[in-house]
Design a protein around this ligand. Structure first.
Ligand code: ATR
Length: 269
């Protein structure tokens, strides 16, 4: 039985062990997947110990994604762009390879829900680590335009500049938002506080989708606001399951079916 885990702090709330157990059962892969609370001051040591004791790979969540990025010997291009790693793989040579599957998870969830990205006018709210982590895969889908809007306008402008070579991406403050948009993705942590960024009422094009990278038993304040303005609301539960599926694929070479796992989690929220 090959060992995997998710590292976080705290980590008890993580749904990753449930998700990967479901994937393992579904694909017949013999893996054990646990949650490990790494010490805040020694993430590298926790990974070293885990891999020395037979660990083959790991997921990494808050607050260790940047530290995981720094300890990798080699990185995927999308992880290099993200400046963060959520998937560690121990190579046969003993070297650690890092990838980030959050962005591809977001894109797969959107595509799976029938949301067209090619040629779409996309607005992303936020300019923190969560947003940086998804920009490369989003831009790879060739949207017509991607505007990053953030409370701190300079951060959005700087982030846009970092990705300018990959497509039509610009950034600014919420006051610079000019719709309509086909897709609006909330990547701020404002939902956590029940806050809503200041946005114009005519944000959405007909048939638009509103996506919140957060999820919960109840729709977030952003999704409620968006649904009231005619957008189709989608929360981040699907992204959670899809990023896990991509990590599983990186480790085991098998792609589990995600919809049944997502629905099972939904029931339990
Ligand atoms: P994460 O890893 O979740 O991206 P982060 O890097 O701290 O965390 O980024 C948090 C994001 O949420 C930022 O874009 C932040 O805006 P600022 O850059 O202006 O700080 C945004 N954010 C957090 N609370 C917010 C609020 N109440 N209203 C609007 N934006 C908020």
């Amino acid at each position: 039985t090959d060992r995997y885990c998710v590292f976080g702090h705290p980590v008890a709330h993580s749904k990753s062990p449930l998700i990967h157990a479901a994937f393992a059962e579904q694909t017949g892969e013999a893996i054990a997947y646990t949650a490990i609370e790494a010490p805040l001051d020694d993430f590298a040591g926790a990974w070293r110990r885990f891999s020395a004791e037979g660990g083959r790979g790991a997921n990494v969540t808050v607050p260790f994604k940047e530290e995981a990025f720094r300890l990798c010997d080699t990185l995927s291009e999308r992880a290099r762009r993200a400046g963060a790693v959520n998937t560690l793989i121990l190579g046969g040579n003993g070297l650690t390879y890092g990838d980030t599957t959050d962005g591809v998870g977001l894109v797969r969830d959107l595509v799976g829900h029938g949301v067209a990205l090619r040629g779409a006018r996309v607005l992303v709210l936020g300019a923190g680590g969560a947003v940086r982590g998804v920009l490369e895969p989003l831009l790879a889908e060739a949207p017509a335009s991607l505007f990053l809007a953030n409370r701190t306008a300079g951060k959005a402008a700087g982030l846009a500049a970092d990705f300018h070579d990959l497509g039509e991406v610009e950034g600014g403050g919420f006051d610079a938002v000019a719709g309509p948009f086909d897709l609006v993705i909330n990547g701020t942590s404002a939902s956590l506080a029940g806050d809503l960024p200041p946005l114009p009422d005519d944000l959405f094009a007909p048939g638009a989708t509103a996506y919140d990278m957060m999820y919960g038993a109840e729709p977030t304040v952003f999704l409620r606001w968006a649904a009231a303005r005619g957008a189709r609301p989608l929360d981040g539960l699907g992204m959670l399951v899809e990023q896990a599926a991509e990590s599983f694929f990186q480790w085991r070479g098998k792609r589990p079916a995600t919809a049944p796992v997502r629905e099972r989690l939904r029931q339990a929220l």
